[in-house]
Write a new protein. Structure first.
Length: 189
């Protein structure tokens, strides 16, 4: 299961994707090296790409499993070969970091990126990254319990008020388990 590192990352991602969906970044200028450096610092501070750390090992494991299933007698050579090839590709992880930095640099000014990095490197920023997911999860649980209570009370209160106006009991519904008996034909005179 992928774990997101917190509310802060989600908020940052939301800002970025909403900016992308609107079709505009804050500015369309050449990105300087110092701007990219600030973006890398912000990405590192929020751990924006940490969730992708297991992509290559996961792909290698899947490939090994498939190859071993096809050729079980070659398990040792398959593992050694795939691991060697995966290690050879590991340096390409930097390409993802560059793309992420460019994306952040397009979405945020250099000063904003420095502020983001400063905040998330501060004790409260680190606490938000660490405890934010727990708080979010607990808030979602509370919202679910609240919604269930509201639903129950809405139905109960509405039925009570409608019973005053309608006065007739609601028709009994048939259970899907017990079909209704077929209607008897009218007796012939």
């Amino acid at each position: 299961m992928m774990r997101f590192a917190g509310f802060g990352r989600i908020a940052a991602a939301t800002v970025i994707f909403s900016s992308l969906s609107m079709g505009s970044f804050a500015f369309a200028q050449e990105i300087t090296e110092s701007h990219l450096k600030a973006a890398r610092a912000a990405i590192e501070a929020i751990g924006a790409t940490n969730q992708f750390d297991n992509i290559l090992p996961g792909l290698a494991d899947r490939l090994k499993s498939g190859l071993i299933q096809d050729s079980p007698n070659y398990e040792d050579v398959i593992i050694a070969t795939v691991d060697k090839q995966a290690l050879a590709l590991a340096s390409r992880r930097a390409d993802l970091e560059k793309e992420a930095a460019l994306t952040y640099a397009k979405a945020f000014s250099e000063d904003e990126l420095k502020q983001i990095a400063d905040f998330y490197n501060s004790p409260i920023g680190k606490k938000l990254l660490r405890d934010g997911p727990i708080a979010s999860r607990e808030t979602l649980k509370a919202a679910d319990i609240w919604a269930q209570g509201i639903s129950r009370d809405l139905e109960k209160n509405s039925n009570a008020e409608l019973a005053k106006v309608i006065k007739a009991p609601p028709p009994a519904t048939q259970s899907p388990v017990t079909p209704s008996a077929p209607a008897k034909p009218a007796a012939k005179p």
